[in-house]
Write a protein that binds this ligand. Structure first.
Ligand SMILES: Nc1ncnc2c1ncn2[C@@H]1O[C@H](COP(=O)(O)OP(=O)(O)O)[C@@H](O)[C@H]1O
Ligand SMILES: [Mg+2]
Length: 236
């Protein structure tokens, strides 16, 4: 049994269909990525998994349980945590406050939260240097680090990350991918949505999306070595 199983999922906005019935799975312990050009439906997919968007039809099971249409707060408590596109750090709160807010499902467990804050800061030492700085004054790369670290506060089993590389320099992008790889090594299953094919270096499995359908799936390195796919769909 896969950790997450998506079957014939359809979703959209108002009457506009976006996802045309997609099926895929994510195994426990792996890093899976979803690649595709702008407008392919990647964010729509991840928002639906996180419960922010109600599916039109199809099913999503997590840990053997049907979670289709479940409230997003409940999904966080179940272990599905989204790091959204655009980061959404609280600009008027400090780095420390942003992190602690991420621990809301466990706010009574102060000791556990302190430990997780420590671990998150080990992944991103830069955050410790910026500890009392306001979120809104961080660089784009630092905000991305904060957004991922804040996601860790909720103790994810499955961490969903939407376009973490957007707007980052190649060097920072690589740093973020390497840290996500480490987080995965430490036992968190990861699903990343990306336009940057560089993410394939940390992917166990990759899917390629075009116009709301999955047109290819394979091992990370298979897609990396497939010139046709790279040129047509990854803009590389
Ligand atoms: N809130 C929305 N309302 C209406 N249409 C939307 C909304 N968000 C996205 N779309 C449309 O859905 C399609 C897929 O968008 P999206 O999932 O954001 O793609 P991606 O993340 O791959 O760039 C696009 O055509 C986009 O214009
Ligand atoms: Mg998107």
């Amino acid at each position: 049994m896969s950790l997450l199983e998506v079957t014939d999922l359809k979703a959209g906005y108002g009457t506009l269909p976006v996802l045309g019935g997609i099926s895929f799975e994510i195994e426990e312990g792996e890093t899976a990525v979803l690649l595709g050009l702008n407008g392919a439906g990647k964010t729509t997919t991840i928002l639906t998994l996180a419960g922010m968007l109600k599916p039109w039809s199809g099913t999503i099971t997590f840990d053997g349980k049907d979670i289709t249409g479940t409230d997003p707060r409940k999904l966080v408590a179940d272990g599905i945590v989204l790091v959204p596109e655009g980061r959404h750090v609280f600009p008027q709160l400090t780095v420390a406050q942003n992190l602690r807010l991420g621990a809301w499902p466990y706010k009574r467990d102060r000791k556990g939260t302190r430990e997780i804050v420590e671990r998150a800061v080990e992944y991103f030492p830069r955050l410790r240097e910026r500890w009392t700085q306001l979120g809104g004054t961080l660089s784009g790369g630092e905000q991305q680090m904060l957004a991922i670290a804040r996601g860790l506060m909720a103790r994810p089993k499955l961490l969903l990350i939407d376009e973490s590389s957007l707007g980052l320099s190649p060097v920072l992008t690589q740093t973020v991918f390497e840290v996500v790889d480490k987080i995965n090594d430490d036992g968190v299953t990861v699903f990343m949505v990306e336009q940057n094919a560089g993410v394939l270096s940390i992917a166990d499995k990759a899917y390629v999306m075009e116009k709301g359908t999955l047109i290819y799936s394979g091992k990370g390195d298979e897609i990396m070595n497939n010139e046709e796919i790279r040129e047509a769909y990854l803009g590389a």
